[in-house]
Design a binder for this molecule. Structure first.
Ligand SMILES: *Cc1c(COP(=O)(O)O)cnc(C)c1O
Length: 380
């Protein structure tokens, strides 16, 4: 029996930082301060400093809540429209409909899988209240292409940066991190994200002090002072244990993102070496982008058969995302049909996420690529 190669092996990551994590947890346990404790404030400051661009950071209970709170802080509700992508995780669209607003989808760029910024302005109507792009799989969308024109119409950008902690893009010659370009940025610390906690967690960034203050109230039931409620908010806080863990992991993130990039570079080289580039299209990295490869997603010929073959070889791959958001049953009230966003739909049929994590070895990658070569009948 061959050993299984998982899409992500968190045990290897834990082995690298075990000592530091145990020390950090012990400190919180000794202090017995579990909700919004001192570690949370320190973690928020460290995130703000790391992300740059003069942002403040407000943590919360999940990436989904980060998106929901961000739209709440912009007073988005019934009758409003939010422009977004159909090729993302569910939460990107559900945070819009849960507030009574309508997601207006714009199809994606077939090279990067990110929302096609050139088409965004065509989707603007008098009801548009925000643009919610996703930095899909860890590569930033080129937001500067539409930022000024949206700003002149008073439309804020809310970045869904749940998959892109530490990713950046050169804008006007300056490196700008995901989450520091729009009016608001939203992050997730779900355990499988590239900066993942050991449970749920999320973060919202903003350069607008007023929005930061409002978000700090909204995450504690809308209370400015405990038991005095200015508005109705959520119970959505990052717990102190998660903050302590995430502070340890943030110290290593640059190194781990570099390692993800190395793994991704090795895949491209191996596809070429095995003569696979007519069957497998590696992900494209746009000029000026520092892609952190939260996921390594290729387009593959006969995708479903390839996935089945890899599975039999003990290689786990995943499909992100098998159903475009406009075709989800729960959104049928929006009245979309197949063919409305053809690029997104085609990606749903053709893309495959291969194992990627900092500790993935060259030997494992060779096994993965040589299995693919065998599937496509290449001489190996
Ligand atoms: C993971 C993810 C979210 C939601 O984050 P949770 O912490 O799981 O709630 C939102 N958007 C995208 C693009 C994601 O990948």
């Amino acid at each position: 029996m061959k050993t299984t190669i998982p899409t992500l092996d968190l045990t290897r990551n834990y082995a690298r930082i075990k000592g530091e994590i145990k020390e950090a947890l012990e400190e919180v346990l000794e202090g017995q301060h579990f909700i919004l404790g001192p570690e949370v404030g320190k973690f928020e400051e460290e995130c703000a400093r790391y992300l740059g661009g003069g942002v403040s950071a407000v943590s919360c209970a999940s990436g989904t809540d980060a998106l929901f709170l961000a739209l709440m802080a912009l007073d988005i509700g019934e009758g409003d429209e939010v422009i977004t992508t159909p090729y993302s995780f569910f939460a990107t669209a559900s945070c819009i409909t849960r507030l009574g607003a309508t997601p207006v989808f714009v199809d994606v760029d077939p090279r990067t899988y990110n929302v096609d910024c050139e088409r965004v302005l065509n989707a603007v109507t008098p009801r548009t209240k925000a643009f919610l792009p996703v930095h899909i799989f860890g590569q930033m969308a080129p937001l500067e292409e539409v930022a000024d024109q949206l700003a002149s119409r008073g439309i804020p950008i809310v970045e869904d940066a749940a998959q892109a902690f530490g990713s950046w893009r050169s804008i006007d010659g300056k490196p700008m991190r995901a989450g520091a370009v729009g009016t608001l940025g939203c992050f997730s610390f779900f355990p499988t994200k590239n900066l993942g906690g050991y449970g749920d967690g999320g973060l919202i960034t903003t350069t607008d002090r007023k929005l930061a203050d409002r978000l700090k109230k909204l995450r504690v039931h809308g209370a400015g002072k405990t038991y005095y409620h200015d508005e109705v908010g959520l119970n959505s806080r990052l717990d102190t244990l998660q903050a302590a863990i995430l502070r340890v992991k943030l110290r290593h993130l640059e190194e781990w993102n570099e390692e993800r990039r190395r793994v991704s570079g090795r895949y491209s080289a191996l596809f070429a070496e095995y003569g696979l580039l007519d069957a497998i299209t590696p992900p494209a990295e746009l000029q000026g982008n520092y892609h952190i490869y939260h996921q390594y997603v290729v387009k593959a010929r006969r995708r479903d058969e390839l996935q089945h073959f890899l599975d039999e070889e003990g290689i786990v791959s995943r499909i992100y995302y098998p159903v475009s958001l406009h075709l989800q049953r729960c959104f049928s009230f929006l009245g979309h049909k197949e063919g409305d966003f053809p690029v997104s739909e085609q990606l749903s049929r053709e893309t495959l996420a291969l194992p990627v994590f900092p500790e993935l070895t060259m030997e494992e990658q060779r096994r993965i690529v040589s299995a693919a070569a065998e599937f496509y009948g290449k001489n190996v």
